[in-house]
Design a protein around this ligand. Structure first.
Ligand SMILES: N[C@@H](CCC(=O)N[C@@H](CS)C(=O)NCC(=O)O)C(=O)O
Length: 264
């Protein structure tokens, strides 16, 4: 299997986490989305939306991280990540659906306004026409939005609401984890996989104080247990270039006061 991915992509990290938890071997194709490589002609031929991740398994070319994770679960049932009981399965799906519909778009906003905008502008992708026009027409509205985040940062329209929405998920996680060991019950499931990149993103942006120091003890404990899993290092840390790790942490620290003011 080939996975087209990027170190800092939350969706790609989710797929890598599944691959590692299931002990599957895979070949990585790194697409540097901070240098605009997702808009290269060859990549757009595989994924016209110009986003990662993308899985290729034989004849199958599969975009959409949640669909990829479900495909891997169905094709490789060993090391199961979905519960058997229908009700438990539904609980997992509620988390993964929320990630696709709410948390991921909110994560893109905070990541771009807090850090990626600086990297992208430095990398020379500051050309509006080029950035917005590349990729298929259906994704244009999303690219326009992203361009606003890149140009205007924290002050871009709608950013405060997206960040507030993101942070409500920390409280939802705390509530769920006060009832059970893991997000959808007492076993580690795809729900835990799906939420991990979003906690890890806030940590990467130096925002761990949001749950540390007794603020959200169950979230803190959950994230410690997640980080202790053998799959965490190869899924998350291994693919983050050291300079990007440092840059995101510093940018996050510098932007936090502005974000805090915006959402308070
Ligand atoms: N719904 C898609 C979202 C994919 C997505 O937004 N990928 C981001 C990285 S997490 C990306 O490639 N961004 C590059 C860009 O928008 O230019 C999925 O779950 O796979």
């Amino acid at each position: 299997m080939k996975l087209y991915h990027h170190g800092s992509s939350a969706c790609a990290a989710k797929v890598r986490f599944v691959l590692e938890e299931k002990h599957l071997s895979w070949e990585g194709h790194y697409v540097d989305i901070l240098k605009g490589e997702q808009f290269n002609k060859d990549y757009l031929a595989l994924n016209p939306k110009g986003v990662v991740p993308l899985l290729i398994d034989g004849e199958l070319i599969l975009p959409e991280s949640t669909v990829i994770c479900e495909y891997l679960e169905n094709k490789y049932p060993e090391y199961p990540l979905m519960p058997k009981a229908a009700a438990q399965k539904a609980r997992v799906r509620l988390w993964t659906k929320a990630v696709d519909e709410e948390l991921h778009p909110a994560c893109s906003a905070i990541t771009y306004v807090a850090s990626h905008r600086h990297t992208i502008l430095r990398n020379g992708k500051g050309n509006f026409e080029e950035f917005v026009e590349n990729g298929d027409a259906a994704g244009k509205a999303a690219r326009l939005l992203k361009w606003q985040w890149i140009q205007e940062g924290v002050k871009a329209p709608g950013v405060a609401d997206k960040i507030r929405l993101y942070l409500t998920y920390l409280d939802k996680m705390e509530a769920a984890l006060s009832e059970s060991d893991w997000l959808a019950g007492n076993t580690f499931t795809m729900a835990d996989i799906a939420l991990t990149p979003y906690l890890n993103r806030l940590a990467a942006l130096a925002m761990e104080p949001l749950w540390q120091n007794g603020r959200l003890p169950n979230v803190e404990n959950w994230f410690q247990r997640i980080k202790a899993r053998p799959a965490f290092e190869p899924a998350f840390l291994k693919w983050m270039p050291a300079e990007l790790t440092e840059e995101m942490y510093c940018n996050g620290q510098q932007t936090w006061p502005e974000i805090e003011k915006l959402i308070s």
